[in-house]
Design a binder for this molecule. Structure first.
Ligand code: NDP
Length: 445
């Protein structure tokens, strides 16, 4: 490992010893950047990596709101503005009880490289709160979102920082956040993406991450002389990313046999009926065990990790970080998996990722494979600036082009830096080089 990279990582570890998710992401990224620093010794004098690992700004704030019983509740809000070298900060907002500064920093750090890979002019950021939307009424969600934006509005803007959705933040939450932003500032601008179609949203944004994942997977399979046609597919999660990954991979000829939520998973050997999943998850906001009650032959199993023991050719982890550990990776490989593409952010643990790579599994890392969501968010920003709306086909066509381009860049970088076929290294290197160029050009800022 390059000495400068080691020194920066050791310093990071000493300063952030309690931030396990951030350190995990940092190690994954920094360890694969070693050959770049071997090739560019001048980066050390420029403190390039020291600057790269340190967020430009961290905003943490109190979010007080009143629940339906009249009780005042308090949550913690965050926005990490990590890197603006190539454009305004861009990245989602996550509402989940597991959110803390480490989680938001890991997501923001990954986001820098992901956004760079899209080829679009967007910097990296992320935000959220430890608020748990589960079991809350619409009114409580609205009160929370309004309070969150009452502080956040002063830090964001269409050319400054443009948040979007993530876990727990869909069209409903973006609506409440946007309404409050507009009310405080009086501005009708593209300050958030993932907006409703009648008020500035982009067609195909809802589908973008799941579809993009499958476009990337398609390109990776094609390079290896394979296709998704007739393959058994397992998808974890049943949220936004999982649902549209299921839709696209089915269109590509795959057969999805299992999906999950945080309580358990369902197996349907006839192929998952997505209309039932959508009804349960998008309309009723219910639990996945309902699927087995409604679809003949489907079987529900309690506990979400068991999903990796279901035999498949292609695995698409689309739920959350560290959901696929070494045990899961071993089960998948033993059952003959040939490709794993990450829809969620950092779903595979470091040892699971190494296991896939060591066993010659085609592996698509999140920051490249799930970049479709942020790519279409950037297209939403373009449409907002132009005051125009593009058709579904136009946006979907651009998304497909972007994902295939990302695969080509990742593949070429892996080859150039001596790790052919390693998309983890390729994605980190290809994403980093563009940001590094911009940081060098802009001086010590
Ligand atoms: P959603 O909130 O829509 O869905 C998350 C899904 O994952 C839910 O079905 C949830 O179940 C399930 N889940 C949570 N924890 C677990 C677990 N431990 N095991 C199994 N299932 C679990 O989120 P998104 O679909 O938007 O996001 C999913 C992932 O994709 C996240 O990592 C996110 O950062 C990433 N991502 C999302 C993008 C987007 O455009 N939405 C863009 C890029 C990345 P339950 O209902 O029980 O909580």
């Amino acid at each position: 490992m390059n000495a400068y990279v080691t020194k920066v990582y050791e310093g990071l570890k000493a300063r952030n010893s309690h931030e396990s998710e951030f350190l995990q992401a940092a190690w994954e990224i920094l360890s694969s950047l070693s050959p770049v620093f071997d090739k560019h010794p001048e980066y050390e004098k420029l403190g390039l990596l020291d600057r790269f690992v340190e967020p430009e700004r961290i905003i943490q704030f109190r979010v007080p709101w009143v629940d339906d019983k009249g009780q005042v509740q308090v949550n913690r809000g965050y926005r990490v503005q990590f890197n603006s070298a190539i454009g305004p900060y861009k990245g989602g907002l996550r509402l989940h009880p597991s959110v803390n500064l480490s989680v938001i920093k890991f997501l923001g750090f990954e986001q820098i490289l992901k956004n760079s890979l899209t080829g679009l002019p967007i910097g990296g950021g992320k935000g959220g709160s430890d608020f748990d939307p589960k079991g809350k009424s619409d009114t409580e969600i609205m009160h929370f979102c309004q309070s969150f934006m009452t502080e956040l509005y002063r830090h964001v803007g269409a050319d400054v920082d443009v948040p979007a959705g993530d876990i727990g933040v869909g069209a409903r939450e973006i609506g409440y956040l946007y309404g409050q932003y507009k009310r405080i500032t009086g501005l009708y601008t593209g300050v958030l993406t993932g907006k409703g179609l009648t008020w500035g949203g982009s067609l195909a944004r809802k589908e973008a991450t799941g579809y993009g994942l499958c476009y990337f997977l398609g390109a990776m399979l094609r390079k290896a002389g394979k296709t998704a046609e007739g393959k058994r597919v397992v998808i974890s999660g049943s949220g936004n990313v999982a649902i549209y990954a299921c839709q696209k991979i089915t269109q590509m000829g795959g057969k999805v046999v299992a999906m999950s939520d945080s309580n358990g998973y369902v197996v349907d050997e006839n192929g998952i009926d997505l209309s039932v999943i959508k009804q349960i998850k998008e309309v009723e906001r219910g639990r996945i065990y309902e699927y087995a009650k409604r679809v003949k032959g489907a079987v529900y199993t309690e506990g979400c990790r068991g999903i990796w023991t279901v035999k498949c050719d292609i695995a698409l982890p689309c739920a959350t970080q560290n959901e696929l550990d070494l045990e899961g990776a071993k089960a998948l490989v033993a059952n003959g998996v040939t490709a794993v593409a990450e829809g969620a952010n950092m779903p595979s643990t470091l040892d699971a990722t190494s296991y896939f790579l060591d066993n010659g599994i085609l592996f698509a890392p999140a920051k490249a494979a799930n970049a479709g969501g942020v790519a279409v968010s950037a297209l939403e920003m373009s449409q907002n600036s132009q005051r125009l709306s593009w058709t579904f086909e136009e946006v979907d066509g651009k998304l497909k082009g972007i994902m295939e381009n990302i695969f080509a860049h990742v593949d070429a970088a892996a080859e150039e830096y001596g790790t052919p076929g390693n998309n983890v290294a390729g994605a980190n290197i290809a994403g980093f080089l563009k940001v590094a160029d911009a940081m060098v050009a802009q001086g010590a800022v």
